[in-house]
Design a protein around this ligand. Structure first.
Ligand SMILES: *Cc1c(COP(=O)(O)O)cnc(C)c1O
Length: 379
């Protein structure tokens, strides 16, 4: 038997035995009674204004961009969106990418050289950790949100004269819903003449008075800010916010940017509309806060919901199969919640990941809480 077949069978068998087998399910979202597993925090994925904007974009610009940005893929809707993002978030430049995953890889691969030092929070997203491991730089991971540990790591290295250092964190951590200590991170990075990069996939749109995200809320500016459009924007894609020089550097050298077809212009039109709605419709953020308070109110305290200021509400169960069982019991009641297991999270920290969206109402939250109180009581 060819080695690949053997290897795949063994790995799949092991996964099953560990209770970690991932099953791809085709989900008709519209058939879910209550969905607490989406990252559509502001409820924009089904927004009629955004759908109309996308349709108008299609009628005007066609279905696809038909080339990479440096050829003919960069068109007026892309330029308009980039400008809008720079004004909203306070940067000289924005560069669009097709996904957050590729934006993170592009930045880390392009910026870092072999003599450089990279520091990452242990709980950073897989796209960041993987990019760091594959980059030529030396990487250290510091304990989650532990500023003393980061300081210690800075002191433990002996930088060469040409060593550039970069600290990378998420603004809001995707599986825990907690926030990075950005003010301290800014202080420490400045002290060590290091750059700070913040991946704000889960903070952008959700935090800050006009949805500018984690950095704005913390009153700091990151050297590089990553935002993604598959979460609060309700669409798809990402942007890197940075200085003029850094943007030009990426345009010259970032292969994920240069050799990939630009997003459809109609998508950029839809994203621009989403960006406007995020800034003006503050009720969406206010509603999330109210829903969050309702969940706290209705849920039994013994369940151990981790309090967060974000719409991400984890309940750590620990055991993977127990987590799956609880999620299945909820699903039988028409309630979908995320069930997250290792290796996405640390061993023995399997959890339910409940996410709120501005489309939920108080009665939805009450139904979720009643169901959770019941199924976790029977544990
Ligand atoms: C979702 C996510 C990404 C990846 O973004 P995509 O656009 O979905 O590829 C990157 N970083 C973080 C923190 C994320 O949560």
């Amino acid at each position: 038997m060819p080695l690949f077949n053997q290897r795949h069978q063994q790995a799949l068998t092991l996964r099953r035995q560990q209770g970690l087998y991932r099953q791809l399910q085709c989900v008709d979202i519209s058939s879910l009674r209550l969905n607490f597993a989406s990252n559509d925090y502001l409820g924009l994925a089904q927004d009629s204004e955004i759908i109309t904007a996308w349709q108008q974009g299609l009628a005007k610009y066609g279905a696809g961009s038909s080339a990479s940005p440096l050829v003919t893929g960069f068109q007026p809707p892309h330029a308009d969106l980039e400008l809008q993002l720079t004004e909203w978030l306070g940067y000289q430049r924005a560069l669009l990418f097709n996904s957050g995953f590729s934006a993170n890889q592009a930045v880390l691969f392009t910026l870092l050289q072999a003599q450089d030092q990279l520091f990452q929070d242990k709980l950073n997203h897989a796209s960041l950790i993987e990019a760091g491991m594959l980059s030529p730089a030396k990487m250290k991971r510091f304990a989650h949100n532990d500023m003393a540990a980061l300081q210690q790591q800075f002191l433990s290295i002996t930088p060469e004269v040409d060593t550039a250092s970069l600290v990378v964190t998420e603004g809001v951590f995707s599986m825990d819903g907690d926030c990075a200590p950005l003010a301290s991170l800014r202080e420490i990075t400045t002290q060590h003449k290091s750059w700070l990069m913040v991946d704000d996939a889960h903070g952008c749109g959700v935090l800050g008075e006009a949805g500018q995200g984690s950095c704005h809320l913390a009153g700091i500016k990151a050297d590089i800010l990553i935002i993604t459009f598959g979460k609060a924007f309700g669409i798809q894609g990402a942007a890197v916010l940075c200085s003029q020089d850094t943007a030009e550097y990426l345009v010259q050298f970032a292969r994920h940017y240069i050799y990939s077809t630009a997003m459809p212009p109609a998508q950029a039109v839809a994203l621009s509309r989403a960006c406007s709605l995020i800034q003006t419709q503050t009720w969406r953020r206010e509603k999330l806060q109210a829903l969050s308070a309702s969940l706290d109110h209705y849920l039994d305290k013994s369940i151990g919901l981790i309090p967060t200021i974000t719409p991400i509400k984890p309940i750590i169960i620990g055991d993977s199969s127990q987590t799956m069982t609880i999620a299945a019991q909820l699903q039988q009641r028409g309630i979908k919640v995320g069930a997250i297991r290792p290796p996405t999270v640390a061993p023995n920290s399997a959890r339910l990941r409940i996410t709120l969206t501005a489309n939920h109402n108080k009665s939805d939250i009450r139904q979720l809480a009643i169901a959770l109180n019941e199924v976790t009581d029977a544990r």
